[in-house]
Design a protein around this ligand. Structure first.
Ligand code: NAP
Length: 277
């Protein structure tokens, strides 16, 4: 990445998280330009990250090899369309993290031939622990895919998916996923309080358990059923809890929740760009 000139359009939560990750991974502040319309955000950027920001997006992308689109989905078209001529002329890679905005819509704003990649990171990007699903449009070569992988890996893991529709499932599993774990941890803490623990003790137990379970799973070969079996002694406490969850069709409930999120992702994409399937 030492040779890549990068521009981030939109320096909100995700844009800043990505720039922080890239700088931690050895990118130099001089390699990053920012287009951001909020004056306060621009001032904070130069102080916090040492990168230069402007309100003029056309100026911000002038030297860019890669433009990371990190504005809200509803702003994507109005940000990209005025930049189309420049993007086309320089064949700049556009890496969009805007949720639900389809390649077809991005391509229509950027103009024919511009290489476009969609990325769906999740909120743990803010602490460098994201997982991102990536999908590339037809114009994208291997070297640009590699650059996109490196950018998203600066805030965590990155996985490529085979179809654009799969990004709706990525959204449902990992995009929305942190909230599922938070709900579970909330419910565990509340149950602990109901059974006599002090609220702050119950909260710490639930959060530390979430963290520890995540680390164990991350450090494993990925066999979650085996990890579960290792904590579940025959006739023990965990087995009693899991039997209660499974008797109430817990797995089926999660499957329906994830399916609802994927469905909603498709609906929002259709509304946002008129190109969702
Ligand atoms: N945050 C997440 O956890 C997360 C996860 C996955 C994907 N994403 C995607 O990441 C994108 C950014 O999300 P975010 O949470 O970082 O949003 P955000 O905090 O609202 O940041 C977007 C920034 O872009 C600025 N902006 C809007 N229009 C602009 C323009 N024309 N030129 C320059 N800057 C402009 C916004 O200014 P204003 O405030 O004036 O609009 C704001 O400062 C979204 O598309 C979202 O779908 C976010």
């Amino acid at each position: 990445m030492s040779h890549v000139e990068l521009t981030v359009l939109g320096a909100g939560n995700m844009g800043r998280a990505l720039m922080g990750g890239l700088l931690r991974h050895g990118m130099r502040p001089e390699q990053i330009a920012v287009g951001e319309r909020q004056e306060a955000a621009r001032a904070a950027l130069s102080q916090e990250l040492g990168v230069t920001a402007t309100a003029d997006n056309a100026a911000a992308i002038r030297k860019a090899d890669v433009v990371v689109l990190a504005v809200k989905p509803q702003d994507a078209g109005s940000v990209l369309a005025p930049l189309a001529a420049d993007l086309q002329q320089r064949q700049t890679l556009v890496l969009s993290v805007a949720a639900g905005i389809r390649i077809q819509a991005l391509q229509s704003w950027c103009g024919a031939g511009v290489p476009v990649i969609r990325a769906m990171p999740n909120r743990p990007a803010l602490v460098g622990a994201a997982v991102t699903g990536l999908f590339a449009g037809p114009e994208v070569d291997e070297s640009r895919r590699a650059v996109a992988t490196q950018i998203m890996r600066s805030v965590g893991e990155a996985v490529w998916v085979a179809t654009e529709d799969a990004l709706d499932v990525v959204t449902a599993v990992s995009g929305s996923g942190p909230a599922y774990f938070f709900l579970l941890a909330e419910a565990m803490a509340r149950a602990g309080v109901d059974l006599g623990l002090a609220p702050d003790t119950a909260q710490r137990l639930a959060i530390a358990t979430l963290h520890g379970a995540g680390l164990l799973a991350q450090g494993s070969d990925g066999d979650l059923a085996r990890l579960r079996a290792e904590v579940t002694s025959k006739g023990g406490t965990t087995e009693a809890a899991l039997r209660t969850l499974q008797d109430a069709a817990f797995e089926d409930l999660i499957a329906r929740a994830v399916a609802a999120a994927a469905r909603r992702s498709r609906e929002l994409a259709a509304q946002a760009g008129g190109t969702g399937s």
